[in-house]
Design a protein around this ligand. Structure first.
Ligand code: 8GP
Length: 801
């Protein structure tokens, strides 16, 4: 949009007055942020209205991306960038004597997600809008996010993430689009005058689903799509006095917290209610919207694509069936044909424990009509497939089995497409996790490698680098990130490589300031910034990184005179509140940080920083400052990873196993520009098949490793006697489920190589450049374009070459 700076400053001052009835100088950064958000919403109102009108007028096929979580990050800067008014607004605010950075930081991080698949969903929303694609998001408006992580005495403590305390300036409540979602009660089939059977519901618990819409602003194209988040409320028509406090709580609880504690039955049942709640509300709203322009169901699957992001929204399948059968009198066959043609599913993990299933009793009690439909899907599936594939395969893959409703199987059976998120992951789905279903439906399986919102992670998070790139190759890459490849022309340009190093230093200084201010640790910005940022999980092997730190520490202590390349090891990670092992690793890292950071003999040769409360905003600060990107999961376990891509585009070199999308990163940037190590996924599976992995052997065969592992239990690191012992036992008594011991030697060798290579600044920067140049291919724009072409069959405007 076009905006004159003077118009903006006038509008902004007026907005402040209208909202707060005080002078600008008397407002806080938070108030300024909220006023700015309001103003932007107003500036963008025509775009938003016209986008929906345009889709309707042209009867465009719409994609509905269902995800139980979205992790958008702060929206102010990305909205400004996408509206093409970032410079005008930031300089206008400066003219008004305001601190633009501070205003941006006043925005709370939306507590609507927690990790990989949620961030991916948010990035895809941005990409859909930027491609001019009719893409809608559908999720839950959580009152509280996952948790705010603080460390007390080195332990993770979870505080409520009250992110909505000051409201959410980007959202619009649309009470007139609310719908009712039914839980529990009895369902029976009543014969109608025309002899058909219709379900009748008695004694249900009805919940009002109220949508809150957030505009998803496209990049420089005037498009604004909608992310619709549902909030659970008491139905308004009912007399509230008839609701007991318990009933009210039951309703409010549905959208209260992001991730209910699933270690209890109550928590699990709440999670199931959340899943049906947003699936049902979303599907009801889609059908209602479809019928605004159509008067029969014939074109439904040509006009609507529903995407199931991981298994949590799988109930969209039986819910659409329910509506088609019960409310539109479709035959089963017609309803099933429409449903499967509409649905597609992405799997995000091969970890068995993350493949959701629900005890049938719980499911049936909570969702009786949906259960009847799932039963019928199961019955028909068995009838159709058993004669062809035999009862063993069918028993192993049917929606109902072992007393459970198996969500992943239901998702595959009820969708026309199933995709993994990196080539290796997709192969493992076919070969292992969903192998039997792949035999039955080979045509459904395909790969869609993940992509990242590069505008957020490069253009916004790393303005100095963006500026440098623009100076060299112009700005076309902003529209078509693959053009970053042209940067390779400068791989031997000493001046450019020097400038790259300067940019990195600037970003490291920025991070160092934050760390000093918030954690009172002084960082040596000449050191290698070695970064591992991701959820804390045993398979991601933060422990291997810990081992390297212990090794470095012991080495410096043993050889105080030896010259070393200084290192700063940076972690950011939340552990699930009930994940005991992960919390022990946090404690160990913090204890190690205390030991190392306070040892005079170590000085600034080695520092360990565990930044609390890692999230999108901290990522934006840490990633541009990274020299090394730790992607060290056990091969086969990380479906794709996306921090690997974000770090790559910011010029970090990967220290990586051949897992997930690391493999594709190494291919794209060239293996000479990354540090790969460790078992391959075939080797890991080899151990599984033979059953002959012996962690003890690796331990016995390597004295250095023995000393490192022993440091967990011999008092080297104070205050971890319990945690250290647990981890020690997980390695030696329980045989090291994630092959940390097997990969140690190779990992350390690569770390040593890094320490030596880092000193050759020019060669290092050349490698860094190779990473930046090759990173464009991992843009979410391309990923979403592939989904659109292969799975959703929806058109989009921007042609990416
Ligand atoms: C994550 C994968 O672990 C990660 O490799 C991938 O990059 C990301 O999804 C996006 O595709 N998976 C999850 O977050 C996940 O499976 N979560 C479910 C357990 C809830």
């Amino acid at each position: 949009m076009k905006l004159k700076e003077s118009d903006f400053t006038t509008d902004f001052v007026n907005e402040i007055k209208a909202m707060y009835a005080v002078d600008l100088k008397d407002t806080s950064a938070l108030e300024q942020f909220i006023a700015l958000g309001q103003l932007l919403k107003r500036y963008n109102a025509d775009n938003w209205t016209n986008t929906s009108k345009g889709y309707r007028k042209n009867d465009l096929k719409q994609v509905y991306y269902f995800s139980i979580e979205f992790l958008p990050g702060r929206l102010l800067q990305s909205n400004l960038l996408n509206l093409d008014i970032l410079d005008t607004v930031s300089s206008g605010l400066k003219k008004l004597g305001l601190n633009y950075e501070k205003i941006c930081q006043a925005e709370p991080d939306p507590g609507l997600g927690n990790g990989g698949l949620d961030r991916l969903a948010a990035g895809y929303m941005d990409a859909m809008a930027s491609l001019g694609m009719a893409g809608n998001g559908n999720g839950i408006r959580y009152r509280y996010g996952l948790f705010k992580q603080v460390f007390m005495n080195g332990y993770q403590v979870e505080l409520p993430d009250d992110w909505l305390r000051n409201g959410n300036v980007w959202e619009v409540r649309r009470e007139n689009r609310a719908c009712v979602v039914r839980f529990g009660g009895h369902v029976w089939l009543q014969e109608q005058a025309d002899k058909t059977l219709r379900p009748v519901y008695d004694y249900t618990d009805d919940v009002l689903a109220v949508p809150y819409d957030i505009g998803m602003v496209g990049y420089h194209n005037g498009v604004t799509n909608t992310l619709r988040l549902w909030s659970a409320e008491l139905p308004p028509s009912a007399d509230h006095t008839y609701y007991s406090q318990k009933q009210r709580d039951n309703i409010n609880d549905i959208t209260k917290v992001l991730y209910p504690d699933d270690s209890s039955d109550e928590g699990r049942s709440l999670r199931l209610r959340q899943e049906y709640f947003f699936s049902s509300a979303g599907i009801q709203s889609i059908v209602r919207h479809y019928f605004l322009e159509h008067n029969n169901l014939k074109q439904f699957a040509q006009k609507v694509a529903v995407h199931i992001n991981d298994t949590h929204p799988t109930l969209v399948i039986p819910e659409l069936m329910r509506i088609l059968l019960d409310e539109y009198d479709c035959s089963w066959d017609v309803a099933w044909q429409i449903t499967t043609a509409t649905m597609s599913y992405t799997n995000h993990t091969i970890m068995q424990e993350a493949l959701e299933s629900w005890p049938i009793d719980m499911f049936k009690g909570l969702l009786p009509r949906i259960y009847q439909i799932v039963e019928e899907i199961d019955r028909r599936y068995r009838n159709e497939k058993t004669p062809i594939f035999g009862s063993k395969v069918v028993d192993n893959t049917a929606p109902l089995g072992n007393g459970q409703v198996r969500m992943a199987y239901l998702a595959v059976i009820g969708s026309h497409s199933v995709n993994g998120v990196a080539p290796l992951h997709t192969e493992l789905l076919k070969k292992d996790v969903l192998a039997d279903l792949y035999r039955i439906y080979p045509e459904k399986f395909n790969n869609k490698t993940n992509g990242i919102a590069d505008r957020r992670w490069l253009e916004l998070a790393n303005r100095p680098l963006t500026k440098l790139i623009d100076q060299r190759i112009g700005m076309n890459w902003h529209d078509n990130p693959k053009q970053l490849q042209t940067l390779t022309a400068f791989e031997n340009d000493t001046e450019f490589l020097h400038q790259l190093a300067e940019v990195k230093l600037t970003n490291k200084q920025r991070l160092a300031e934050y760390v000093k201010e918030n954690m009172n640790i002084t960082l040596n910005t000449d050191a290698i910034f070695d970064v591992q940022i991701k959820r804390l999980h045993a398979y991601k092997r933060q422990l291997l990184h810990v081992f390297e730190i212990i090794r470095e520490y012991q080495d410096i202590k043993d050889n105080p005179q030896k010259s070393v390349t200084p290192r700063v090891h940076i972690f950011g990670a939340k552990a699930a509140p009930s994940y005991h092992y992960a919390k022990s690793v946090i404690k160990v890292i913090n204890a190690l940080a205390d030991l190392v950071n306070n040892d005079q003999a170590i000085g600034d040769k080695l520092k360990v920083v565990f930044v609390p409360n890692y999230g999108v905003s901290l990522g934006e600060l840490i990633i541009p400052a990274a020299d090394v990107s730790e992607q060290i999961s056990t091969a086969s376990k990380e479906a794709s990873g996306t921090s690997n891509m974000k770090l790559m585009t910011n010029g970090a070199l990967s220290l990586a196993t051949l897992d997930g999308a690391n493999i594709d990163i190494v291919k794209a940037a060239g293996s000479e520009n990354e540090y790969t190590f460790g078992l391959t996924s075939d080797e890991v599976y080899g151990y599984y098949h033979r059953g002959d992995y012996q962690a003890q052997k690796f331990f016995d065969g390597n004295q250095e490793l023995q000393r490192v592992v022993n440091a967990l239990i011999d008092g080297t690191i104070p205050e971890i006697s319990t945690e250290g012992r647990e981890i020690y036992n997980s390695l030696l008594q329980y045989n090291d489920e994630y092959f940390v011991m097997a990969d140690y030697e190779d990992y350390v060798a690569k770390q040593k190589q890094i320490s030596s290579d880092f000193n050759d600044v020019k060669t290092w920067q050349k490698k860094s450049l190779a990473n930046i140049a090759a990173s464009g291919t991992f843009s979410a724009d391309y990923a979403v374009a592939r989904y659109a072409e292969d799975i959703w069959q929806v058109p989009f405007d921007r042609i990416l070459k």
